[in-house]
Write a protein that binds this ligand. Structure first.
Ligand code: BTN
Length: 152
């Protein structure tokens, strides 16, 4: 029992230190993706629901790009270190909708990254045009750091 005490103490400290080193991935904040699009996610509430705004760098239309709202939710904000999430962007300048789904990861260097896939649904004028109305793609978002000014 006497010999076990230092061992348990070392084990406890090692597990504690490991627990502290595992950074939690948080969706809240400003993000930029591989296309140069920006988004800001406001506070994630206790249920995991969140709202935000999206400014896309590219568009499938010739319309002038405008800031657009997003609504989403993530799993267990208080428990999961690398939560899964989904959100919808309601484009204000086109008839399209995009849904994103993904997971928030912390890289080996401690940097957060959002790995996502998306479906962009464009408006089809008639049912016959439904077949090519949905695009699918992939985006990776990194946190925008040390930006004090709003980006829009
Ligand atoms: C439209 O073209 O009708 C609206 C803009 C769509 C932008 C898409 S959504 C998926 C991809 N990721 C981005 O950041 N922008 C494009």
């Amino acid at each position: 029992m006497v010999q076990a005490t230092p061992f348990l103490l070392v084990l406890f400290l090692a597990l504690g230190a490991h627990g502290l080193s595992v950074k939690k991935c948080s969706l809240t904040g400003r993000w930029v993706n591989d296309l140069g699009s920006n988004m800001t996610i406001m506070t994630v509430n206790a249920n995991g629901d969140f709202a935000g705004v999206y400014y896309t760098a590219v568009s499938d239309t010739t319309k002038k790009i405008k800031l657009s709202p997003l609504l989403g939710s993530q799993h267990q904000p208080n428990l999961l270190k690398q939560p899964t999430f989904g959100f919808t962007v309601h484009w204000t300048f086109s008839d399209s909708i995009t849904v994103f789904t993904g997971q928030c990861f912390v890289d080996e260097d401690g940097k957060e990254v959002l790995k996502t896939m998306w479906l962009l649904r464009s408006h089809a004028d008639k049912r016959r045009d439904d077949w090519n109305a949905t695009l699918v793609g992939y985006n990776e978002f990194k946190r925008l750091e040390k930006h004090t000014e709003p980006w829009w």
